[in-house]
Design a protein around this ligand. Structure first.
Ligand code: SF4
Length: 351
């Protein structure tokens, strides 16, 4: 066992003062790859949750562009995608006054911590993870070192910022459990308690089905509806949506319970109208074309304020850069403090 080099007590108290979790329920961290313009699935599955959490937690939201390198074929769109995604996040209500919003590569300490954590993580653990096997299946021609180590980088993301809480769907619990194991391994190896074990926070992550009526909404499957599409583009996409597959003609009664249009109506259309559609569909009083038009109308109405805000932010010269620079500065303050403690715990020769 290595004898840990302790942080001088006076600095340690300053550290605690600067990084203590000061908010009501703790500090949340979540990251998402820079996928450019966001779609309804991104909004309902993640963004609206981020917006809600920032009221209760000290929130840190990160665009994980380094993670993206493990699988992307080209970085040609990386800059644009990062900017577009930030615009969507802000327009949807993620507030840089309430949350730290930044880009992963702007705080390079995460790569240092990743390297350090990789040395307390057995390789066998990483290659046995179902997510690794899944990634190998999807990228058989690019099984790179980063792909194996990505859960370690993910752990570094969380613990670098002393996050106490990671909002995830139940299927993501093993990822957070893995991060906890890495933290325990580090703390045990260096006989320290500098890294915090994060906890999962179960969130309702609805599986939003794409316009094909079958698969999860996704850009790569081209079955998505972008938040920032024009009203005309939105209507065009909605009109392509698959409805109740058993309903062949207008005179057939439909079943809203198996119809993706109806599922989304319930979210975006006033409840009275939804109740009426439910009745009319079952009695063949409304056709799918008319129903989809009404959905497009609801969706466009609900997205109008988002689109207006987005256009406003987009037109503000330098605004996105400003938000991200400020976010990176705030994130880096926490990261530098954590790394100081990590280096001291390891016992590096400090100059
Ligand atoms: Fe779906 Fe509406 Fe068609 Fe019924 S009428 S099957 S709810 S699209």
């Amino acid at each position: 066992m290595l004898t840990p080099v302790r942080w001088p007590s006076d600095l340690r108290s300053i550290y605690k003062e600067n990084t203590k979790v000061t908010t009501k329920k703790g500090r949340v961290f979540s990251g998402a790859r820079p996928t450019g313009r966001q779609h309804l699935g991104n909004y309902l599955g993640a963004i609206q949750n981020y917006v809600a959490l920032q009221e209760e937690f000290e929130s840190i939201y990160c665009i994980v562009d380094i993670h993206a390198l493990t699988t992307v074929e080209t970085t040609q769109d990386l800059k644009t995608n990062t900017r577009e995604m930030t615009l969507d996040w802000l327009a949807a209500g993620m507030d840089p006054e309430k949350s730290i919003i930044f880009v992963q590569s702007h705080v390079p300490e995460v790569m240092e911590l990743h390297t350090i954590l990789s040395m307390v993580t057995p390789l066998g653990k990483l290659t046995a993870l179902p997510t690794f096997k899944e990634k190998v299946r999807k990228n058989p021609n690019n099984v790179n070192y980063g792909l194996v180590g990505y859960p370690v980088l993910m752990t570094a993301d969380i613990v670098l910022y002393k996050a106490t809480t990671v909002p995830v769907g139940v299927d993501q619990f093993p990822h957070v459990e893995f991060a906890r194991e890495v933290v325990r391994s580090f703390n045990y190896r260096y006989d320290t308690d500098v890294l915090l074990e994060p906890k999962s926070k179960a969130t309702q992550v609805p599986k939003v089905i794409g316009i094909d009526g079958e698969n999860k909404m996704s850009k790569s499957l081209d079955n998505h509806i972008e938040l920032t599409a024009t009203p005309e583009e939105t209507e065009k996409r909605v009109m392509q949506m698959v409805t109740d597959p058993q309903r062949k003609r207008l005179s057939d009664p439909g079943d809203p319970d198996v119809c993706n249009v109806f599922t989304l109506h319930k979210i975006f259309t006033p409840q009275e109208e939804v109740a009426q559609i439910n009745i009319d569909c079952r009695q063949a009083e409304i056709g799918c074309v008319a129903c989809k038009r009404r959905f497009a109308k609801s969706l466009n109405r609900e997205l109008a304020p988002f689109r207006a805000r987005r256009a406003e932010f987009d037109a503000k010269e330098g605004y996105i850069r400003e938000v991200l620079v400020d976010g990176a500065k705030r994130a880096q303050t926490i990261a530098a403090q954590t790394m100081g403690e990590v280096r001291a715990a390891i016992g590096f020769y400090e100059v």
